[in-house]
Design a protein around this ligand. Structure first.
Ligand SMILES: CC(=O)CC(=O)SCCNC(=O)CCNC(=O)[C@H](O)C(C)(C)COP(=O)(O)OP(=O)(O)OC[C@H]1O[C@@H](n2cnc3c(N)ncnc32)[C@H](O)[C@@H]1OP(=O)(O)O
Ligand SMILES: NC(=O)C1=CN([C@@H]2O[C@H](COP(=O)(O)OP(=O)(O)OC[C@H]3O[C@@H](n4cnc5c(N)ncnc54)[C@H](OP(=O)(O)O)[C@@H]3O)[C@@H](O)[C@H]2O)C=CC1
Length: 290
């Protein structure tokens, strides 16, 4: 029975998962290496919920109740009472393996550990924990409070009880699940990220400008966001990591990350979260950078 939910990583995904979990009545603890990040994350959740109150999706009572259920710290020991911990730290295998080494010793023996990874092998990540049978992928979509889908991914050792507990937990968040096998980038990102990468090649080869490409796909294919706008929204570092996992894992040149994507990440232009990517977000309205 899940009552206490721990979140590792106070970034855009960790905060979104914390928000929907608290709104569903779970006690939530967010852990991040940086206390400032935790503070900023709690402020973001507060802002999101205030917007939901203004748009009539939540009452002020519900907002206050949910916020009172969320705590955060930079102390890993605070994860010890958790029944389920969802790791939503940076999409980098070495970072995630290090985190599991730090948190496993403090977790309850029967706690379930899940990862929100976008692409990495669940089986390989499980091998870096002390509980491969109680480890799996619970992959939320961004923005978590809005997107209906959650992909569930078993590793080779994931026990059925772990899977059914995760499935019940996700159902209580009013999300729909889809089950994916443990292959690079699962279902959504196996399909979505090559499309985004192709949009970046289209820009790189001069077929169209940022504005032309995004307008083409919004109005020509009815996508809610253009692919470059979506890349900035996801985070260009995350997009590059996913393409690298696809390229390495499937050994097919069709997944080669676009050199322009590599260059943007090397420049620290990571999209919305760093203030600049395919658009510059530092002014009143986003301005295309090409
Ligand atoms: C990388 C991975 O591993 C997997 C992934 O997640 S891939 C990414 C998947 N996500 C997508 O493809 C998103 C595509 N974009 C969209 O669906 C839409 O543009 C959108 C839902 C993000 C925004 O929709 P919109 O109609 O343009 O904006 P807007 O009217 O401002 O917002 C609609 C609602 O979403 C909420 N919202 C928008 N952005 C949000 C955010 N970043 N966080 C929380 N809520 C957000 C708004 O608050 C609003 O809710 P209320 O009605 O309660 O106020
Ligand atoms: N962005 C998206 O659209 C989606 C992302 N995901 C996945 O969710 C995960 C998180 O992505 P996202 O929220 O976008 O990334 P962000 O960059 O927004 O957040 C990652 C957070 O993890 C923190 N972090 C880094 N190292 C550690 C550590 N050792 N211990 C604790 N916290 C740490 C980072 O802190 P700091 O900044 O200080 O390094 C940051 O706060 C990734 O696995 C990603 O692939 C899944 C679905 C959608």
């Amino acid at each position: 029975m899940i009552k206490n939910v721990g979140i590792v990583g106070a970034g855009q995904m960790g905060c979104g998962i914390a928000q929907v979990s608290a709104a569903a009545g779970y006690k939530v603890h967010i852990y991040d290496i940086s206390a400032d990040r935790v503070e900023a994350g709690l402020a973001t959740i507060n802002g999101n919920m205030a917007r939901q109150v203004s748009s009539g999706k939540l009452t002020d009572e519900e907002r206050k109740k949910a916020l009172s259920l969320i705590k955060g710290s930079a102390d890993v020991n605070d994860l010890s009472p958790m029944d389920l911990v969802i790791e939503a730290a940076t999409e980098d295998e070495s970072v995630k393996r290090k985190i599991y080494g730090q948190i496993c010793p403090v977790l309850k023996a029967d706690a379930i550990l899940a990862t929100n990874t976008s692409s990495l092998s669940i089986t390989r990540l499980a091998s870096a924990t002390d509980r491969p049978e109680r480890f799996m992928g619970i992959h939320f979509m961004n923005p978590v409070p809005v997107m209906k889908l959650v992909e569930l991914v078993r590793g080779i050792a994931t026990e059925e009880g772990t899977f059914s507990t995760a499935k019940q937990f996700v159902a209580t968040l009013d999300k729909t699940i889809t089950v994916a096998e443990d292959f690079p980038a699962f279902i959504v990102n196996r399909i979505l990220l090559p499309m985004i990468n192709e949009a970046i090649y289209t820009l790189y080869e001069g077929v169209g400008s940022v504005d032309a490409i995004d307008t083409a796909m919004k109005l020509g294919a009815n996508h809610p966001m253009g692919p470059l706008q979506l890349a900035d929204f996801i985070g260009l570092d995350t997009c590059l990591s996913i393409m690298q996992v696809l390229h390495d894992g499937l050994a097919d040149s069709k997944y080669r990350p676009c050199p322009l994507l590599v260059k943007y990440v090397e420049a620290g232009w990571l999209g919305r979260k760093s203030g600049r990517g395919f658009y510059d977000y530092r002014g009143e309205v986003p301005v295309p950078t090409r």
